[in-house]
Ligand binder design. Structure first.
Ligand SMILES: C[S@@+](CC[C@H](N)C(=O)[O-])C[C@H]1O[C@@H](n2cnc3c(N)ncnc32)[C@H](O)[C@@H]1O
Length: 574
């Protein structure tokens, strides 16, 4: 069953059985120092997931200590530990640069890559998408974990055209490291259409079957065996140190059917058949005949390790979902096609808005995706529904994301701060609001603005909406504190989200805060939304539970672009 997990991939990978997946295509945070997402709450893991900046803090130190202790009994961790110790020598002696950030990043990536290695089948492969900030260090880590001899390619993907990077060459590429788990691996060569310039240069002849180039009917070396070294139609290949060689059947055009006994014929007879069918090119003057290789029979050019034919997603690309680090589908389709077969299981442990998942489904592979932020689910669910008609719980499973109240309670049960933040982020984004930075301690979890048109005054006004999430039993002091926060932020409307019922006294406080008026309609300034199973059955009900001007109509399955403000979008990487 195809599945999406929401949580830290290290924990989830560690629960997966050995040799479960055939292919991993993944695109982790890069340690590029690009703070491309500033809007999330202060949950450390989530913030790291997006901000892509690392520090040598206690989390990093614990991660290294854990690698060290696992290294005692596990060869993969042993190799990883040795590699990281080697890097310590380099990084700790570095005169400039933030060596702590790189050490912290490698302490984060190392164990995750070790677990990815474990869950791959013996014939499995992995593509690790990185950028030049850390790709050289990651290659060493991959060599340690997968073994140097299982390195296949360093793929360069030109992700942008122009880049002015000061006194250095413009940085326009990402690096994708390709490793296999053993020397026996799935490999399906990929071809692309020939470049028109190539066609012009090489396919210079044409006849009623179309364009063709002239290929050899000779192979190198003299042979005395059978007819292949002997003259045919007065032409002697041995004279020039060669022998006759007829092309394979796949090189023939579709319309030419060979006689049934073709493979049993002598080489001269085969040449006769080719000639009878017009497949031999006779040059106007002397020289040697050749085989007509038609453009229509060519599979195209075999792709190589420099990818320049797949463009990054432009701002207005149709496939863009508003997720900051989304990669092009065509790139991931190429990787999956080359290194897996139909029915295989493809895993992406840093799946973002699901490019790998979408590509795998398109190519009839099974898939597993993991991401730490539940904000990734909205765009992912949208794309699986729009492009493949897939519905969660019916066509695929979701774990770690609340789809009913039981799961909400389970998510919050052990008081884990990160899960609380996840839930809080999830709840405010159900209202189309943006999670705030001071999640959990400022009485403010979500914020949103809406521009309202005022026909009487013929002008637009801005309205501000705030939300507060309470996962325990709410009390009247919290409601009053939220009213203060609303006043401080000059908010028109505040929504107090709970999973437990609110008391009549709290409702009285809400009534006392009065109404917000717009276009001759009134909306309560303070509103309550108690999350329940009715909501999960019909998320559209939110528009009746919460009363807001039409301009703020909530679309429960909206694309996540809504979660990113216009000011933040330019900060986001491609
Ligand atoms: C570069 S993005 C992947 C984008 C993806 N290739 C796409 O096209 O949408 C990296 C993703 O890794 C996720 N992530 C970061 N740390 C994680 C962790 N510890 N566990 C799971 N996911 C994590 C982030 O939330 C982010 O969505």
């Amino acid at each position: 069953m195809n599945k999406l997990y929401f949580g830290d991939n290290l924990e989830i990978l560690r629960e997966m059985e050995d040799e479960r997946v055939h292919l991993i295509c993944t695109d982790p945070p890069f340690n590029s120092g690009r703070n491309y997402n500033t809007f999330l709450g202060d949950s450390l893991a989530q913030k790291k997931a997006f901000t892509d900046t690392w520090t040598w803090d206690t989390t990093a130190q614990h991660a290294r200590a854990d690698i060290e202790s696992r290294a005692i009994a596990n060869d993969t961790y042993k190799a990883l530990n040795t590699c990281l110790k080697g890097y310590d020598m380099v990084l700790l002696n570095a005169v400039s640069g933030d060596s702590g950030a790189m050490r912290a990043y490698l302490a984060f990536m190392g164990p995750r890559l070790a677990e990815m290695h474990r869950v791959l089948t013996k014939k499995g492969s992995i593509y690790l998408h990185c950028d030049p900030t850390a790709s050289h260090y990651l290659k060493g880590v991959m060599d340690a974990i997968f073994d140097v001899e299982h390195f296949r390619n360093e793929i360069i993907w030109q992700r942008t055209n122009a880049h002015n990077d000061g006194k250095q060459y413009g940085r326009v590429h990402d690096t994708i490291l390709f490793y296999s788990k053993s020397s026996k691996t799935v490999w399906n060569p990929i071809y692309t259409e020939h470049d028109p310039e190539y066609v012009k240069k090489f396919y210079r002849h044409h006849d009623e079957r179309g364009l063709y180039r002239v290929g050899d009917l000779y192979a190198p070396g003299v042979t005395q065996e059978g007819e292949s070294g002997k003259p045919w139609r007065g032409i002697n290949p041995s004279k020039v140190g060669r022998h006759w060689s007829t092309p394979r059947r796949e090189a023939w055009p579709e319309d030419v059917k060979p006689p049934e006994n073709y493979e049993l014929l002598s080489v001269h007879k085969k040449l006769d058949v080719l000639d009878e069918n017009g497949l031999i090119y006779w040059p106007p003057k002397g020289s040697v005949p050749g085989f007509k290789r038609y453009l229509s029979t060519s599979k195209g050019s075999r792709v190589h390790d420099v990818v320049t034919d797949i463009n990054p997603l432009s701002g207005n690309a149709k496939e863009r979902l508003g997720y900051p680090t989304q990669k092009p589908l065509a790139l991931y389709e190429r990787l999956i096609r080359a290194s897996s077969n139909e029915g295989d299981i493809v895993l992406d442990p840093f799946c973002g808005c699901g490019t790998t998942i979408d590509a795998a489904h398109t190519l009839n592979r099974q898939w597993l995706g993991i991401d730490i932020t539940i904000l990734a689910l909205d765009p992912m669910r949208q794309r699986l529904a729009d492009r493949h008609g897939l519905e969660p719980s019916i066509d695929y499973q979701i774990e770690g994301y609340p789809t009913n109240m039981q799961e909400v309670h389970r998510l919050l049960k052990d008081g884990d701060k990160r899960k609380y933040h996840d839930f809080s982020n999830w709840a405010v984004t159900r209202l189309g609001l943006r999670p705030t930075k001071d999640v959990g301690d400022g009485g403010l979890d979500g914020i949103g603005h809406v521009t309202l048109w005022n026909p009487q005054q013929m002008k637009e006004t801005d309205a501000r909406i705030l939300a507060e999430v309470k996962t325990g039993k709410p009390n009247i002091t919290q409601v009053r504190a939220f009213c203060h926060v609303m006043e401080e932020h000059k908010a028109e409307v505040g929504i107090f989200i709970t999973i437990a019922p609110v008391s009549p006294k709290m409702r009285q406080v809400a009534e006392n805060t009065g109404n917000f008026e717009h276009n001759n309609k009134t909306y309560p300034r303070l509103q309550f939304w108690q999350l329940d199973d009715e909501y999960f059955k019909n998320p559209d009900i939110i528009n009746t539970l919460v009363r807001l001007p039409d301009a703020w109509r909530i679309r429960p399955t909206q694309k996540s672009a809504r979660h990113f403000t216009d000011q933040q979008l330019p900060l986001l990487r491609e």
